[in-house]
Design a protein around this ligand. Structure first.
Ligand SMILES: [Zn+2]
Ligand SMILES: [Zn+2]
Length: 339
């Protein structure tokens, strides 16, 4: 798009504070600063983290803020220091994830763990995100999107896929894999895990037959309620629902030496439990954020599987409804805002 075609104003969905309704406003199209790209947003996936931000369970320090961190769009222009060429050429499609900036110099950044950088800035929390017609992003945190994918189909890969992939790596060689909470992330992970030769056991809310059916369609060998015992004990599980009570339930379903990975940014309190559940070298661990390497790996794997995402689409003005539908579990797969 030529610069002259760029409008002055754009639509943006604004978070103004906990307990205040999200609303669509007109704001100036942002200018790319040094090292940044200006991107015309095509789609932005809805994530459970957005609900935690809305509810104040994860804090936004300086509202107002544009949420949204599973962004796919095309490059419009670049700020100082970024060459508009190669993967960053004008019109090229990029994905923008939750990790938006790191300092590159702390002990975590220098040891391949930029996901833990204490100064990290996150898209849609510390930096304006993708529930808007345009956004700016640090070019180093923008990723080329495989051609196989339409933008709205690629959006859920950017967080549900990438952070899920990181959680899956924490499960090591686990053959029997439990997924607790069968939403956007689980529906991608089931496809990747099967491709890797694992068996997937899907756990949903009690009575959520739609999600259980969906899991079986995607190739899970078993689906049931999270309170049920799977037919065989699991080598590892990933908890994708923000419910602390799942930790003892998952440990109970895990073999000695097995791992339970908590995949979300927030969880309700973990209830007290007998040590016996952890005994025999079981581990409980969390996964925080993502590294750029996680994003590159998942975006390389996804077209090989190939991962197909199931998306429910919403207009920008319907984004608050999309978030409430996510909260209530009204769709299977992922929700995506289409700009
Ligand atoms: Zn997310
Ligand atoms: Zn750092």
């Amino acid at each position: 798009m030529a610069q002259s075609a760029l409008p002055d104003q754009m639509r943006a969905l604004l978070f103004e504070g906990v307990g205040r309704p999200l609303r669509v406003v007109q704001r100036p199209v942002p200018q790319p600063g040094p090292g940044q790209l200006l991107v015309r947003v095509q789609s932005c996936g809805v994530c459970r983290t957005d609900l935690h931000l809305l509810d104040g369970e994860v804090t936004i320090d300086s509202p107002p803020r544009v949420l949204g961190h599973q962004i796919i769009g095309t490059i419009v222009s670049a700020g100082e220091g970024v060459a508009l060429e190669g993967p960053h050429r004008e019109g090229a499609r990029v994905g923008i994830p939750w990790l938006g900036w790191t300092d590159g110099e702390c002990e975590y950044c220098l040891s391949g763990r930029e996901n833990l950088c204490p100064r990290a800035r996150f898209t849609g929390r510390d930096i304006d995100g993708g529930y808007a017609d345009y956004t700016v992003a640090d070019a180093r945190y923008c990723f080329s999107i495989p051609e196989l994918y339409e933008s709205l189909q690629a959006s859920p890969l950017m967080c549900a896929g990438v952070i899920g992939h990181r959680a899956l790596r924490m499960c090591g060689e686990a053959q029997r894999l439990g997924l607790y909470g069968f939403g956007a992330s689980a529906h991608i992970l089931t496809q990747v895990a099967r491709w890797q030769g694992r068996e997937v056991y899907a756990f949903t809310r009690e009575g959520d037959e739609a999600a259980q059916r969906f899991a079986l369609e995607l190739g899970a060998v078993w689906a049931g309620a999270s309170t049920e015992a799977p037919p065989q004990k699991l080598h590892a599980s990933i908890l994708l629902a923000p419910v602390g009570a799942l930790v003892p339930l998952a440990l109970k379903a895990t073999v000695p030496g097995g791992t339970v990975v908590c995949g979300g940014i927030h969880m309700s309190d973990i209830p007290s439990m007998p040590y016996e559940l952890l005994w025999e070298e079981r581990s409980v661990r969390s996964v925080a954020n993502l590294t750029r390497l996680d994003a590159e790996e998942l975006l390389a794997i996804a077209p090989q599987v190939p991962v197909h995402t199931r998306v429910s689409t919403y207009e920008l003005e319907q984004a608050p409804q999309a978030l409430e539908d996510l909260r209530a579990g009204r769709f299977t797969g992922a929700a995506v805002i289409v700009l």
